[in-house]
Design a protein around this ligand. Structure first.
Ligand code: BDP
Length: 662
């Protein structure tokens, strides 16, 4: 058997603290079947039994004397595939059956989530299987410290779990513990390096693949496949060729050979992630080739081994002239990729950010997701809170992601159904003792995994699971308190930052804290166009950039007019006067004032709810959250004061409620 999972000292076990295993560990368990992951399951149960006094045996014939049977069956289970499982309870025995090792592991974690309820009364047979086959985290981890971005680009949880100062850290116990955490919420793939591929990480593909293989080996026992970000220019930078043209025979041969070697080192390697022609990364445009031709080059190299290329659709002009009001970054992905629908090879997945801009607190759902029926799409979310408080602010993204996944494009297909190539999130984890910097940001990682498993799950129910697992011994006030501070935290963050879907207004570069005009006269394509009369981006079809016309119905029609556009997206789609009356009955300017005051009040309230939980959650975790609330409150006040003052000075309209605005 493999060694038992050991958590490095001082690492918070997040949603799998030992007590979460009490129900399983105090009972008699039979495990049947053999496969590498069955050893993992056995290790988990054995460790729990040592702590809680139960026992576990391996066997062939089930026996009524067992409380729990974990059965890797071989017959009649085709429909469960590798990842599904069933769970039932009859005559005092709870039985989990699966036909693949991953399914058995997910079944065990299901029983852990149920706790004592898994062992009481009868349970009718339930079948569980993931809606999406690929549930992936992308790490934006640099191998070497980058002078501007540091070790982890947009990382707010300490250093990388995988790399330090140019090398693999080699702390494989910790990597394994991470894999365990991810498996417990259903994640099955991890990409281990930044999509912006610098010189050091480029070589992971070739002579340094052994470092990746070690990581893959530590993640494998938890059913997680390893992927790698690669540079489109690798044939030049690593192979010494004079071109990276996707139609060049030598280039195709180079990728085929490089990929063969990758699979020699990592037989279950997942595939490549590519950011091409995006924010300075090399790509097929340099050779006059399309992005389908670029993606298909890598797909062809991976296909013989069952790998996939995740080709990112985040392609736009980041050197735009801000004076030009006709160029619209929101249009870019659709304009580039929709004409290529049907041209991508079957081992290629087009990975699309959920919104048309860039992970703002509020964006419409990307129209591209509904417009490529003949392409396998993956939808990309951002768990790392680049634009949502950088893990110093509480911002539980479950409700936002759930809205995105349930959004129905034309032909009545939800985003969750359209994401046939999987759901991906940029990871928010690092070597921080709480894994995610802000301990409550763990809820985002957990919610992501569970929503990838079931995109139509109720986010509040997912949060209940996370609370139950993470705080197993806490009194009921703790669960109530956690709901009170987390449930509405996304909307609270939205209230005190950029209003009504207009986005950005952040400090350039690091993107933390307000700077209303920070990007207004910059080349990045992220503008709000506020002047003395009004604010917002006209993306209408007649007078504006035409972006609203990229949607099918009913959305194109709804978004096209300020009268029908939902309030929360008004300024994303329209430039309106400050006196424009929202559906809520308030003017835009009064809405800005009110929400900014409310946002700060809500943070004050959440801070005191958290303070009231002192003594009921463990002191280190309590202190870390309390300390971050001080910063969140400072930050929320700063946002309120800058945004309100800015719009007061621009518009000259005083607050209808007579509050002081500077
Ligand atoms: C932006 C980030 C940048 C990433 C980029 C991407 O600011 O650091 O490299 O997204 O997704 O949001 O490639």
């Amino acid at each position: 058997p493999l060694p038992l999972p050991v958590l490095p000292e001082g690492v918070d076990p997040a949603w799998l603290p030992p007590a979460a295993f009490r129900a399983v560990g105090s009972r008699r368990t039979l495990i049947r079947g053999s496969a590498p992951l069955v050893e993992t399951v056995h290790g988990e149960v054995a460790q729990a039994c040592r702590r809680f006094g139960g026992r576990v045996v391996r066997g062939v014939v089930p026996d009524d004397a067992y409380d729990l049977v974990l059965d890797l069956g071989t017959e009649g289970q085709e429909s469960l595939a590798d990842e599904g499982f069933t769970c039932a309870r009859e005559r005092g025995t709870t039985t989990v059956t699966a036909s693949g090792g991953r399914g058995l592991l997910y079944g065990l974690f299901h029983v852990v989530r149920l706790g004592d309820a898994a062992f009481t009364g009868e349970r009718a047979r339930e079948t569980h299987r993931p809606a999406l086959a690929l549930r992936m985290l992308d790490h934006w981890d640099n191998v070497a410290v980058h002078p501007v971005m540091g070790q982890v680009e947009r990382g707010y949880a300490g250093g990388s779990l995988f790399w330090r100062d140019g090398r693999a850290r080699g702390e494989l116990d910790r990597v394994r513990a991470y894999g365990r955490l991810l498996a417990a919420c259903g994640i099955n793939a991890v990409s281990v390096n930044n999509v912006n591929v610098h010189a050091a990480e480029a070589r992971l593909l070739t002579d340094r693949i052994g470092e990746v293989a070690d990581i893959a080996g530590a993640l494998r026992p938890y059913g997680i496949r390893t992927h790698l970000s690669v540079s489109f220019a690798a044939p030049i930078t690593l192979g010494g060729l004079s071109t990276a043209d996707p139609l060049d025979e030598a280039v195709r041969g180079w990728w085929a050979e490089a990929t063969r070697r990758v699979y020699e080192a990592i037989p279950d390697f997942g595939g490549y992630v590519v950011k091409a022609d995006s924010e300075g990364q090399p790509g097929p445009f340099a050779y006059g080739r399309s992005h389908a031709e670029g993606a298909n080059l890598l797909a062809a190299a991976l296909e013989p081994f069952g790998g996939t290329v995740h080709w990112r659709a985040f392609v736009y002009d980041h050197r735009q002239d801000w004076r030009d009001r006709t160029t619209d970054r929101a249009r870019a992905a659709y304009d580039h990729f929709v004409p290529l629908d049907g041209e991508f090879a079957k081992s290629a997945v087009l990975q699309v950010k959920h919104g048309p801009m860039d992970f703002q607190v509020r964006e419409p759902v990307s129209p591209l997701i509904g417009a490529m029926p003949r392409t396998r799409l993956a939808v990309e979310l951002q768990a790392t809170q680049e634009y949502t408080g950088q893990q110093r602010h509480v911002c539980w993204l479950g409700p936002m992601w759930s809205e995105v996944l349930r959004f129905r494009h034309e032909h009545d297909q939800s985003v969750g159904e359209l994401a046939r190539g999987g759901l991906v999130a940029v990871s928010n984890a690092g070597d921080d003792p709480f894994w995610t910097g802000h301990p409550l940001a763990q809820a985002n990682l957990y919610s992501f995994g569970r929503l990838a498993w079931r995109p139509d799950a109720e986010p509040r129910a997912v949060l209940d699971e996370w609370i139950g697992l993470s705080f197993p011994d806490a009194p009921p006030q703790v669960a109530d308190g956690l709901h009170a501070v987390l449930d509405g935290s996304w909307r609270t963050y939205e209230k005190y930052t950029a209003p009504l879907g207009v986005g950005f207004m952040v400090q350039p570069g690091h993107h933390y804290g307000p700077s209303v005009d920070g990007y207004e006269y910059s080349p990045w394509g992220t503008y709000h166009f506020a002047d003395r009369d009004g604010i917002g981006v006209d993306r209408g079809v007649k007078s504006g950039t035409g972006f609203a016309g990229q949607y099918g119905e009913p959305w194109a029609g709804l978004y096209a007019s300020p009268d029908t556009c939902p309030d929360e997206l008004l300024l994303f789609f329209h430039h309106v006067p400050y006196g424009h009356v929202l559906k809520s009955g308030k003017t835009v300017i009064q809405h800005i004032y009110d929400t900014h005051f409310e946002g700060v009040e809500e943070v004050e309230e959440a801070r005191s709810v958290w303070a009231s939980l002192a003594g009921q959650v463990d002191p280190a975790r309590h202190a870390r959250v309390a300390e971050r609330y001080e910063e969140q409150l400072r930050g929320a006040r700063e946002w309120r004061d800058q945004v309100n003052s800015y719009f007061f000075r621009k518009s000259g309209v005083p607050d209808g409620r007579g509050r002081r605005i500077y």
